[in-house]
Design a binder for this molecule. Structure first.
Ligand code: NAD
Length: 333
C-alpha cells in the first residue's frame, strides 16, 4: 500500500503523542512498523558511511542523502539515492536518519546548525548516530531530539571499512531500551552484531574504551614487527607464528600493519582508506577526556594518544592508523 511521508508524519503526530498542558507523552517508535516507501536519511558518506548507505540501498531501502562533499554524495546518487543540499532537507523527507560523521563538532553542527536536522525533524523520527563522538554530546543531542518529539540513539560501530562493505559491523547502541528493536531492525541491514549497551551515551563509552585498546595493540604489534624485522625475521613468518601464539590480536591477525603480510588491508595499499590516523587521535582524545572525568589511570592510553598526536602532525595524518608501522620504521636504525 502506498504510504506518503506526510501521511506518515501526521499519523505519527496523531497516534504517538498525547499532549497535555505541561508535557508530551511519547509512545515508542518500536511500536511502528516502518513503511518501505518512507525514506531513510543518511548523512556522512565517507569511508564508512558510503558503504553503509550502499548496503541499505541493496537491502531495498529508499535513501535521501547529504554530504558536504559533492563527490561522496554523487557516488550514492549513482546507486539510486536522492541527494539533497542540507541536513534539514534530509530530515524533512525521512522518518529514520543515520549520521556517520567525523567528530563531535561535525555532529553538533549537522543537528543544531542553521540548516541542521533539528530545523525540520518530524515527530516520531528515529535518529541513529553512528559517528564516534563524546558521550556527553550524544546526551545533549538526545535531549534536543526529545524536545522535537524524536528519538536519538548513539550507535557507534566497530569493524572497519571491510566490515562496513560486508554489512558485518558491530553496532553498540545507547538509548531508551524500548526503542532498541526499531533501531535493530534498521541497523541489521548494515551489521551482524547489534548490541544494546544501556542509556544514551553508553554506546560511545564502549566504543571509546575499545578504540583505546585497539590503539595500544596496534602500536604494540607495529613495534614488535619492526623489532623482529630488524632482527632479520621475515615478516610473514613472524606474523604467522604470533597469530597462533599468545601475542595474537586483531591488529596482528586481521589488520596487520606491515605491508605485504596480508591482502586487502590498508597496509598493503600504501595505507590508503581504512581508519585515518586523525580519527584514531580523536578517539584517543575522547578516551583521555573520559579518563580525566572519571579519575581513571590510563598510562598506555595516554602514551598512545601522544604517539598518534605526533603522527597527526606528519604526512601520515591522512593515512590509515596502521601506518604507525611506517612511522616507527622511519625512526633511526
Ligand atoms: P570519513 O572522513 O571517511 O567520512 C566522513 C564523511 O562525513 C565525509 O564524506 C565528509 O565529507 C562528511 N562530512 C563531514 N562533515 C560533514 C557535515 N557537516 N555534514 C555532512 N557530511 C559531512 O570518516 P569515516 O572513516 O567514514 O568515519 C566516520 C566516523 O566513523 C568517525 O567518527 C570514525 O571515528 C568512525 N569510525 C570509523 C571507522 C573506520 O574504520 N574508518 C571504524 C569505526 C568507526
Amino acid at each position: 500500500m502506498a504510504f506518503s511521508v506526510s501521511r506518515l508524519a501526521s499519523r505519527l503526530s496523531a497516534s504517538r503523542y498525547v499532549s497535555s498542558v505541561h508535557s508530551v507523552r511519547r509512545l515508542s517508535v518500536s511500536q511502528h512498523h516502518w513503511s518501505r516507501q518512507a525514506k531513510v536519511g543518511f548523512i556522512g558518506l565517507g569511508n564508512m558511511g558510503g558503504p553503509m548507505a550502499t548496503n541499505l540501498i541493496q537491502k531495498g531501502h529508499s535513501l535521501v542523502v547529504y554530504d558536504v562533499s559533492s563527490d561522496a554524495a554523487a557516488r550514492l546518487e549513482d546507486e539510486g539515492a536522492c541527494v539533497v543540499g542540507t541536513p534539514a532537507e534530509v530530515a524533512s523527507q525521512a522518518d529514520r536518519i543515520i549520521t556517520m560523521l567525523p567528530n563531535s563538532q561535525h555532529v553538533r553542527s549537522c543537528y543544531t546548525g542553521e540548516h541542521g536536522v533539528f530545523q525540520a525533524v518530524q515527530a516520531g523520527t528515529l535518529i541513529l548516530d553512528s559517528s564516534t563522538i563524546d558521550p556527553t554530546v550524544s546526551k545533549e543531542m538526545a535531549a534536543l531530539a526529545t524536545k522535537k518529539g524524536a528519538v536519538f540513539m548513539d550507535a557507534p560501530v566497530s569493524g572497519g571499512v571491510n566490515a562496513a562493505k560486508g554489512a558485518t559491523l558491530t553496532f553498540m547502541v545507547g538509548g531508551e531500551q524500548q526503542e532498541f528493536e526499531a533501531a535493530k531492525e534498521l541497523l541489521s541491514a548494515m551489521g551482524k552484531n547489534i548490541v544494546y549497551c544501556g542509556g544514551v551515551g553508553n554506546g560511545q563509552a564502549v566504543k571509546i574504551c575499545n578504540n583505546m585498546l585497539l590503539a595500544i595493540t596496534m602500536i604494540g604489534t607495529a613495534e614488535t614487527m619492526n623489532l623482529g624485522m630488524r632482527l632479520g625475521l621475515e615478516p610473514k613468518l613472524m606474523a604467522s607464528i604470533i597469530n597462533t601464539a599468545s601475542g595474537r590480536c586483531w591488529s596482528s591477525d586481521t589488520y596487520n600493519p606491515v605491508p605485504g603480510v596480508m591482502p586487502n588491508v590498508p597496509s598493503s595499499n600504501n595505507y590508503q582508506g581504512g581508519f585515518g590516523t586523525a580519527l584514531m587521535t580523536k578517539d584517543l582524545g575522547l578516551a583521555q577526556d573520559a579518563a580525566t572525568a572519571t579519575k581513571s589511570p590510563t598510562p598506555l592510553g595516554s602514551l598512545s594518544h601522544q604517539i598518534y598526536r605526533i603522527m597527526s602532525n606528519s604526512d601520515l595524518a591522512e593515512k590509515d592508523f596502521s601506518s604507525i608501522f611506517q612511522f616507527l620504521q622511519e625512526q633511526e636504525e
